[in-house]
Structure formats: C-alpha cells, structure tokens
Design a protein around this ligand. Sequence first.
Ligand code: HEC
Length: 115
Amino acid sequence: MKRWLGSVAVSLVLAFDCSAASRVEVEAAKGKALLQSNCGRCHAVSADTESPLKQAPNLWIVLGAWPSERLDTELAEGVGSRHREMPQIQFSDEDITAIYYYLHGEGAEVPRGRQ
Ligand code: HEC
C-alpha cells in the first residue's frame, strides 16, 4: 500500500512538472526547428554537433552566448546580412522568443516584454 501511494505521488509530481514546462518545451522545439530550417543548412544548431559547412560556427554556442537584447536586435534585423552566403532572415518577435527559449530553456530570464 505504501509503495502504491508513493508511485501515485511520483506520477502526480511528474504530471505537474510536465504541464508547467510545456509552454517552454513547445517554444523551445519551435525555436530549434526555426534555426534548423533557416540556418541548419550551414550551421550546427545544437550542442556537440558539427556544422555542415565547416566555416559556419555552431549557433547553439554563438547565439547562446549573446545577451537577450543582442539576440533580439540581431535576429529581428537579419543577422545574415553581414555574410555573403547567408540568407537575410528577419525573425518575428514570436520566432525570437521561441529561439530564446530553445537556447536558454526554462530557467532563463525572460526578455523584456516576452512573458
Ligand atoms: C549558406 C550558409 C549559411 C546559412 C544558411 C547561415 N549561415 Fe550563418 N554563417 C555562415 C558562415 C560561412 C559563417 C562564418 C563566416 C563568417 O563569419 O562570415 C556564418 C557566421 C554566422 C554567425 C557569426 C557571426 C559573427 O559575427 O561572428 C552568426 C551569428 C550566424 N552565422 C547566424 C546565422 C543565422 C541566425 C542563420 C539562419 C537565420 C544563418 N547564420 C544561416 C553561413 C551560413
């Protein structure tokens, strides 16, 4: 009986955690997909992976190191414009939020105006 109660408690905790994390998870998955589809042709977009194009740095590392204001301005203005081969993509606010969540996850300080 005690054991049974214990596992019910564990499931409840897990269920609660899932619902609390779901927005972040959904956003993060979208952010990853956005980076993958727009930038993944050349850049690695997750930790510990190699970029398809050697000269292109791993975006998980590069973008992850940027403060949120920089991520905001650069992604909204189209980082790509600086690099000849790179497409110039201007991400929307929602896209940038998703990318932010992908890079920084749940514990991250949510950038101004993005709650
Ligand atoms: C066609 C290939 C290609 C695509 C697609 C591409 N990049 Fe790049 N990117 C590069 C290359 C090559 C470099 C490194 C050479 C350089 O800095 O000019 C680079 C460098 C960068 C850098 C480093 C800039 C710096 O100042 O150090 C950032 C940030 C970046 N890319 C972001 C992006 C983002 C965001 C996307 C998707 C929206 C993207 N790139 C798509 C080829 C690409």
